[in-house]
Design a protein around this ligand. Structure first.
Ligand code: GLU
Length: 278
């Protein structure tokens, strides 16, 4: 298939485990089958959680698995200017507002919402004098995307669709996630904005990633529309589960690829276990 470009985009916040290997192999093998390109992107905007040894281990572990990727690898921390430009563009069009709330404030606002079960936070800019007072006092703030403003700008979300391989055209529902943060207080950018900008700048045509990021696609589809960026095709693969039926996750201490290697598991064995031909 001409022009097939996909990517694996890990965050160096820990060592890779089987779930990552499955995701990386799924994308890599799809690119190979399509005679396309496979990119590796390091999602390291969160300087408080990302560590150089984890990044070095990503390269090691993926090479051990038998993957090859193009260089240079895009490291998000080296491209903050790109995200800043996109953020400014959205801000100038009145699509963002400053949010001074803490995480706890947001959780409380959600809890006390009139409909009880409202999961998604929606807010608005503070009155200008109050905002100016807080800025002068040095209070940190995040930038949130205003769904209300986005809806006005696009004349509704009805035209926002994306293609999910195996499922067909999906109508995006970006409002499910509420007014997402596009620039965090501490790092000046946030996940959805960086990913959307990068996928477009890198010419990614197929986003292949875990089902856990399906909801994220709805938000990213909205950002594509607002920023005039192309929409890739998506494939959210199943999530691997361990013997206990729970999905592999860093926080549950899933066995790392390093440790598999250390106890003598070969890459060929792991690939076979994950359902890939060696
Ligand atoms: N960096 C994200 C993660 O490690 C993945 C982002 C993506 O594939 O869009 O979960």
């Amino acid at each position: 298939m001409a022009g097939f470009v996909t990517r694996f985009a890990p965050s160096p916040t820990g060592y890779l485990h089987r779930g990552h290997a499955f995701s990386a192999l799924t994308a890599f093998e799809a690119a190979r089958a399509a005679h396309g390109r496979f990119l590796l992107r390091i999602e390291d905007i969160d300087a408080t959680r990302c560590r150089p040894p984890f990044e070095a281990a990503i390269y090691d572990d993926l090479a051990w698995l038998g993957l090859a990727w193009e260089s240079p690898v895009r490291r998000q921390s080296e491209h903050l200017g790109d995200y800043g430009r996109a953020l400014r563009e959205l801000g100038e069009r009145g699509l963002l507002y400053r949010c001074f709330r803490t995480c706890r404030d947001v959780a409380q606002a959600i809890e006390s919402a009139p409909h009880g079960a409202m999961e998604a936070f929606r807010g608005e800019a503070l009155p200008p004098d109050e905002e100016a007072r807080r800025i002068a006092a040095g209070q940190p703030y995040a930038w949130r995307l205003s769904l209300a403003a986005a809806e006005r700008a696009l004349g509704g979300f009805g035209a926002l669709t994306f293609e999910e391989i195996g499922e067909g055209l999906i109508a995006a529902q970006p409002d499910l996630g509420g007014d997402v943060v596009l620039a965090r207080k501490d790092v000046g950018v946030a996940y959805h904005l960086a990913v959307t900008v990068d996928d477009a700048l890198q010419g990614v045509t197929q986003v292949i990633r875990g089902r856990d990021l399906f909801e994220a696609t709805h938000v990213q589809r909205l950002l594509q529309a607002l920023l005039g960026l192309p929409t890739p095709t998506y494939r959210h693969h199943r999530l691997l589960t361990g013997p206990d039926g729970k999905r592999f996750a860093k926080r549950d201490g899933a066995e790392t690829l390093r440790s598999l290697r250390d106890r003598g598991v070969t890459a060929a064995e792991l690939r076979a276990e994950l359902g890939f031909q060696t």
